[in-house]
Ligand binder design. Structure first.
Ligand code: ACO
Length: 380
């Protein structure tokens, strides 16, 4: 009997030097650094640099990196035109996926040959940085467009996280909000061979281009078993309403065998290493916006679900209500995940390109035995 690893569970598909997930010690390291230390001390730009280059930047390197990031923040006109042509009720994940596809077509125009589409390592690093720089404008414009608000231009005097919030809301966010948002971006940046990253690596392994790999990764991230869970968590919070309704809601949900979004993880079985840091960020937002009701609902659902099922929250559980408090529409939550994960995806694309082998697993056939057309009898 062939030993089938459904969902590739437990399969080690390749090596990576980008991050290490250790469920035994409940730790996540980016290039060796614990993610909670990075979230507490670094701007997201420095973590993007770390993921791509393997080391944290010096002050001079960070200044140069930030100058390049600022130079590429504006949406190319083709991208805005493409977004404007989409229905207002398109899902924002489809909108961002389309935008990245348009950027790819524009940036690689003139490369008529598929053999050249993959580009050099230097070109791909530059493409990665440009996508990282422009995604806040795309995600923010999507939310503003749906709300009937005018586009806001970037502010060169603001760092990445502060500028992102400025682009979305058209006003400067309080430092405590910028800090919580910056932490969330760092926590979402990278997580080894998750479904979307692996999708990007599979596409890259065919020697396709970086944009195609990112578009595929966005498609994988949209699913509620993966990134779409942060949106789904908020739908659940809205459905429950308040802490006093948790018990009855959970009775009914479990009776219907519903999956409770924001709980469970393929790798972590005793808790997601990123949750305590994001929960602490959520707590600062709860205090800032004076919304103890949010913390009460959060904690009641967590306590009840964990005590009944022994399944712990993942990062999407605290990040959903955090983004809601900041003022993001629920449908914008997973696009925020894209803006963060673009760093990890592209680091993996670069790593895959540097040491490529076509990813092509086998399957165990379980269809009909061999048969022949001459034996075919039409079913009348
Ligand atoms: N709610 C209810 N039951 C659950 C949940 C959940 N959130 N998660 C797991 N279970 C149950 C399953 O029903 C299953 O029970 P069974 O053995 O009685 O059938 C058992 O736990 C094992 O679950 P699987 O789905 O097989 O475990 P897997 O490792 O494949 O699942 C996954 C991981 C997909 C994340 C799952 O926990 C889930 O669907 N969670 C909800 C979606 C979610 O929050 N995704 C975000 C992932 S993290 C991220 O992207 C940042």
């Amino acid at each position: 009997m062939t030993d089938i690893k459904k969902g590739l569970a437990g399969v080690v598909a390749d090596e990576t030097a980008i991050s290490k997930v250790n469920p035994e010690t409940n730790s996540l390291l980016y290039r060796g650094y614990p993610v909670q230390e990075l979230a507490a001390t670094q701007p997201f730009e420095a973590v993007a640099y770390l993921l791509w280059h393997g080391e944290l930047p010096t002050d001079a390197q960070l200044d140069e990196f930030r100058a390049t990031e600022r130079a590429h923040r504006a949406m190319p006109p083709e991208v805005k035109e493409a977004i404007d042509r989409l229905p207002l009720d398109s899902h924002p994940m489809d909108e961002v996926r389309t935008a990245v596809s348009v950027i790819g077509a524009v940036e690689t125009a003139g490369i008529g040959n598929v053999l050249d589409a993959v580009g050099t390592p230097e070109e791909n690093l530059e493409r990665s940085l440009k996508l990282f720089a422009v995604l806040p404008a795309i995600v923010s414009y999507g939310q503003r467009r749906r709300r009937g608000e005018e586009i806001v231009e970037s502010r060169d005097d603001l760092d990445y996280a502060a500028n992102f919030l400025w682009l979305t809301f058209g006003e400067e966010a309080a430092p405590v909000v910028v800090d919580a948002f910056n932490r969330s971006m760092i926590l979402y940046a990278e997580h080894s061979f998750n479904a979307s990253t692996f999708t990007a690596r599979v596409i890259t392994s065919t020697l396709s281009d970086l944009y195609s790999a990112v578009v595929g990764a966005i498609g994988a991230l949209k699913g509620p078993l993966h990134g779409g869970a942060n949106e789904a968590v908020m739908h659940i919070f809205d459905e429950i309403g308040s802490a006093s309704a948790v018990s009855d809601w959970l009775d009914a949900a479990l009776a219907e065998k519903r999956k409770i979004m924001g709980f469970g993880h393929r790798v972590y079985k005793r808790g997601d290493s990123r949750v305590p840091t994001m929960k602490a960020a959520l707590d600062t937002l709860v205090a800032h916006y004076d919304r103890p009701d949010v913390a009460e609902l959060y904690e009641t659902l967590e306590n009840e679900f964990v005590s009944r099922k022994g399944i712990y929250p993942n990062l999407d559980y605290p990040s959903g209500p955090a983004y809601n408090l900041i003022g993001y529409d629920t449908l914008t939550f997973t696009p925020l995940f894209i803006a963060a994960r673009i760093t990890g995806w592209t680091a993996h694309i670069l790593e895959q390109q540097a040491s490529n082998a076509l990813i092509r697993p086998l399957s165990a056939y379980n269809g009909p035995d061999e048969r022949h057309i001459e034996e075919y009898v039409p079913d009348t």
